[in-house]
Design a protein around this ligand. Structure first.
Ligand code: CP3
Length: 414
């Protein structure tokens, strides 16, 4: 097993001081005032944290590749790159350098999720919030896996307190016929514009991450009509009229492959495919309704973008683990129900691994968080590991614990 240590590098240039992270908002930054961007220093190399200690920044030069891309490719890195799923979101109410970087305040001003995720300025601003505060090694586009749906003729909304709502759930062959193939340039130009801006803002200091929903997971939303507990409607379709479901899955496959290519052309340097609900399928059904479509997406994308890392996430994937590399993805993102060392062994040495700390750990003490990070990094070994949670940050997670997570992770050295 590899050994590693915490390290504090003192380099030069600008220094961030993180303002206390759980402060009440000053009057000038009340919900009625506009939210400003904090300027983004490009070559900062040290963060002084109000939480004590200094965290080292990755060495970034104008020609260096982001740490995350090097790690995925198996290049020697000094520590694992780190970012967190749902790092932008409702847990964020921080004030940073006197600038408000609060998702919650943006939500008050723009209550519609669709507006927040379809307006270029808001998408850029929200995507950059965690980047300004925590300097993760990956900056993920603020969007949703459902964002392409309206461009595919499937009207939807994301309703506060309820989640995704599909207005006319699809059940019949005629319904599926009416689904349009996705044309990202026409339907979601704001995604491309936002990615281009984000790539300039983040420069080479972090990897810009795009994402899409996997065909089965998207199909589960549009057949169930929203989130589901038992997935009975999509299973009824799968197990009684599989051809209809296959036709729908094929449309999502071609569309999401095109969407990944579009995101890469606009600046995404790695793309994560979320098959969150594939694990509702038994392995034999995963092999029919998910795996071939994921593989097809990877094959199509690799033809045009052979060097674009593709990350696959499926929550609760322990029972499917050996099947996931068969898709051809470069990285498998593990959830926390799999021990990292066992996950590594089961996935084999050629594939990179992401994860896999329980998001609930961020509710623990600082020492507990530190120990769990070290345990995970030790078990993952020195190569091809991206440190992350096993699923998204949970609403209500203390921000100072998220700050602590990044501080410890970025101070590690193999
Ligand atoms: O990781 C990031 O910071 C990027 C943003 C992101 C969002 N959704 C924003 C969002 C990402 C990567 C997603 C992916 C997504 N969306 C998935 C796959 C990941 C997973 O969680 O398994 C799924 C299944 C969805 C569908 C979806 N969107 C649901 C179930 C919900 C409701 C969640 C809830 O708790 O209300 C959404 C809405 C959504 N998408 C939110 C965010 C931050 C919360 C609503 C809000 O902010 O108003």
């Amino acid at each position: 097993m590899s050994s590693f240590k915490c390290c504090c590098m003192n380099m030069n240039t600008s220094v961030y001081s993180l303002s206390p992270l759980s402060v009440s908002l000053p009057p000038s930054t009340s919900s009625s005032s506009s939210v400003r961007f904090a300027p983004l220093p490009r070559s900062s190399t040290r963060i002084n944290s109000s939480l004590g200690g200094t965290m080292a920044e990755p060495k970034a030069t104008s020609t260096a590749e982001p740490l995350l891309l090097n790690a995925v490719r198996g290049v020697d890195v000094e520590r694992p790159p780190v970012w967190l799923m749902r790092q932008a979101g409702r847990y964020m109410k921080a004030v940073f350098l006197g600038f408000l970087v609060s998702y919650q305040i943006i939500c008050e001003k723009y209550p519609s999720f669709r507006e927040r995720s379809e307006n270029v300025d808001l998408v850029v601003e929200i995507s950059l919030q965690p980047w300004k505060v925590f300097k993760p090694d990956g900056v993920i586009l603020f969007s949703d896996i459902l964002t392409p749906l309206s461009g595919m003729n499937i009207p939807f909304d994301i309703v506060k307190g309820k989640g995704p709502v599909i207005f006319d759930p699809l059940h019949t062959a005629v319904d599926v016929d009416q689904v349009r193939e996705f044309s990202p340039e026409e339907s979601v130009p704001y995604v491309g514009e936002a990615l281009k801006i984000l790539r300039k803002e983040v420069d080479r200091e972090a990897a810009l991450l795009g994402f899409v929903g996997a065909p089965f997971t998207l199909a589960s939303y549009v057949v169930e009509g929203g989130s589901s507990k038992h997935f009975s409607k999509i299973k009824r379709l799968a197990f009684s009229q599989p051809n209809i479901l296959h036709a729908l899955l094929q449309k999502f496959t071609t569309s999401m492959a095109k969407y990944i290519q579009y995101q890469a052309d606009c600046g995404a340097q790695a793309v994560q495919i979320f098959d969150s609900w594939a694990t509702e399928l038994s392995p034999v059904d995963f092999e029919e309704f998910s795996l071939p479509y994921l593989k097809q997406i990877v094959d199509i994308v690799k033809q045009t973008h052979p060097n674009l890392p593709l990350i696959l996430y499926a929550s609760g994937s322990g029972g499917l683990l050996e099947r996931l590399p068969l898709t051809g993805v470069d990285v498998v993102s593990l959830d926390w129900t799999v021990d990292m060392a066992e996950g590594r062994r089961r996935l084999g040495p050629n594939i990179a691994v992401q994860g896999n700390i329980d998001p609930g750990v961020l509710f623990g003490s600082k020492d507990f968080i530190t120990n769990r990070i070290k345990d995970t990094v030790r078990k993952a070994g020195k190569v091809k590991h991206i440190l992350n949670l096993g699923h998204g940050i949970v609403v209500g997670t203390p921000e100072e614990n998220v700050a602590h997570f990044f501080e410890v992770a970025k101070g590690l050295r193999y």
